[in-house]
Write a protein that binds this ligand. Structure first.
Ligand code: F6P
Length: 354
């Protein structure tokens, strides 16, 4: 068989481990041939390909990023996009496609499968918000990077009696904030799933200072304050009132570019409490560099199992982690809805907050 492979969406540590494992098993165990498509769905859309032999994947296991490149190209937002992809696959004699990506890339894969494309999905995102799998690779690396940052910020915050606000990634889900916040001993944890009350945040800041320690606030980039209740209406999730939380730019899948909650929150805390507050935005540092051992292990197993599924001609599925087993689930199971932090997990963590 000739197998095409692409990586789409935000890059993530472990992508190269998937590619390496899939190519090595596909070629050496099953005798298949591979072709790489550059920059996610842009590759098959514009017929931009690269060689993908066993030699091409040597030495890439610990390397961050993706040797195939990535983009957020959405073929369904382009006139004739699907037809161009199908034509490219036919032109190169591609029998099956392995698409490695998050909700958007696998969402496209799900729809292409309905158009007859033989595709197997591999779930990736540092946000860990894909359903159908216990974990996505890249998440563990991001959590470790954020935890190390929080550890370092504790001592400097205490020396200067400052509030330090750490903004981590997580557009719709607070998994990175929750895990890194717990591992790093954060005092205040703000996630997209639970709109926060700024008065409560300030009260927690004051109570932490009363212990002679300095507060560390961990906030997901997608966290939002509660809307201010009007007369007779209860408080609810808000768009941030007068807080500037997004640039207005959107990507090809309609996601707004986030950023700014950390700085705005630090300013608000300083204005309301009179305590000096600074923000640290971890941003793309969380996505770059070498994957942890866990992410290499998970990504490698995903690659091995994805090729096994292709070899057995089981398409329209995604490989997934359940406990310590790798299973196959329908692609739609991963993309139908996002996996967000359940209330019970946040409530469990709240015993250590404040
Ligand atoms: O989806 C992964 C992610 O890192 C999100 O946490 C973040 O909101 C987004 O990608 C940022 O995307 P980019 O840097 O590609 O604009």
């Amino acid at each position: 068989m000739k197998i095409g492979m692409l990586t789409g969406g935000g890059d993530c540590p472990g992508l190269n481990a998937v590619i390496r494992a899939a190519v090595r098993k596909g070629v050496q165990v099953h005798g298949h041939e591979f072709i790489g498509f550059r920059d996610g769905w842009r590759g098959p859309l514009e017929d931009d390909t690269c060689s993908l032999t066993v030699d091409d994947v040597r030495g890439i296991l610990p390397r961050g990023g993706t040797i195939l490149g990535s983009s957020r190209t959405n073929p369904f937002a382009i006139d004739g996009g699907v037809e161009s992809i199908v034509a490219t696959l036919q032109r190169h004699g591609v029998d099956a496609l392995v698409a490695i990506g998050g909700e958007d890339t696998l969402g496209v894969a799900t729809r292409l499968a309905e158009h007859g494309v033989r595709v197997v999905g591999v779930p990736k995102t540092i946000d860990n918000d894909l359903s159908g799998t216990d974990f996505t690779f890249g998440f563990d690396t991001a959590v470790n990077i954020a935890t190390e940052a929080i550890d370092r910020l504790h001592t400097t915050a205490e020396s200067h009696h400052r509030v330090l606000v750490v903004e981590v990634m997580g557009r719709h889900a607070g998994w990175i904030a929750l895990h890194a916040g717990l591992a790093g001993g954060a005092n205040i944890l703000l996630i997209p799933e639970r709109p926060f009350d700024i008065d409560e945040v300030c009260a927690q800041v004051e109570s932490r200072f009363a212990t002679r320690f300095a507060p560390i606030v961990v906030v997901s980039e997608g966290a939002r304050p509660m809307s201010r209740p009007g007369p007779g209406t209860p408080a609810g999730p808000g768009e941030g009132g007068d807080m500037t939380l997004q640039s207005g730019d959107t990507d090809a899948f309609g996601h707004v570019r986030l950023g700014g909650i950390g700085d705005r929150l630090a300013q608000e805390i300083e204005d309301r409490t009179g305590k000096e507050a600074r923000a640290v935005v971890l941003g793309h540092v969380q996505r770059g560099g070498t994957p942890t051992a866990f992410d290499r292990w998970l990504a490698t197993r995903f690659g091995l199992h994805a090729i096994q599924a292709v070899h057995e001609q089981e398409f329209g599925i995604m490989v997934a982690l359940r406990g310590t087993d790798i299973v196959r689930v329908p692609l739609s199971e991963g993309t139908d809805h996002l996996k967000t932090v359940p209330d019970a997990l946040y409530d469990e963590a709240s015993a250590l907050l404040g």
